[in-house]
Write a protein that binds this ligand. Sequence first.
Ligand code: ZN
Ligand code: ZN
Length: 276
Amino acid sequence: MPIKVTVLGSGTPLPNLRRAGPAFVAHLSDEPVLVDCGPETLRQMMVAGIEPKLVTKVFFTHLHLDHTLGLGQFVIGGWALGRRKMQLFGPPGTRRMKEVLFDDLWKKDIDYRLSLGRPGGGLADIQVDDVGPGPVYQDERMTVTAAEGIHTTYDLAYRFDHDGKSVVFTGDTYPSDAIIELARGAGAIFHDCNLAPSARRWFERSEGGLRVWESLQDHHSTPENAGRVAAAAGVKKLVLIHLQPTADPEEVARLAQTTFSGEVIPSEDLMEIEVG
Ligand SMILES: [Zn+2]
Ligand SMILES: [Zn+2]
């Protein structure tokens, strides 16, 4: 059975009505797992017709706000909808993020909700694992392995192996040899594609934008570089993610095709992609 991936958010930290913040659901048979949790994650999940209570595992590529801001609403809202288990995986700092938010900042709010008699599972007993490169998680459905990306903060790419199929999510990264190794022979890689000529237009128009644009060059990827990674890893399908508000999907796909001869898909919110 192929892995299906639902793109909940194909965007970046920049507010954009067309692209929500980064979040993806990989459907591993009957288990949907979440990769990253951008600001609009819970609502996008509901729009996509995925029952939030069925999603009990979140894998954070890194802890930048565009990848984490939806966590409170996803965990507490999903608990209200009947979820009774929650496991978080992410780079060092993930446990601290959980403790600051759920055991400190929102503790009184959570205690009040729990005092009203509903079961505490999935909210009072959130499990957290700070993980690093190498094996991350394994059960009868999936093997999850990580490799380090190249970003301004600790970024982990994840590979999910399920029923002979495999898919990789890079998070935010400059082209990384470790990610090429991780993605070797995978069915698809969802790769950072933050940098493109059309993406630059947004920064040309915004105050101080070009300095920001320059700073992005060393820790994100161009479409050509995403294509190089996909080609070096020998994957079948390249899905371009983390697209800026002015990014032109046709342009980013065309540029990625100059370095990768397999299938290239510029992601859109709520798109479903099969990984064979
Ligand atoms: Zn990001
Ligand atoms: Zn980032």
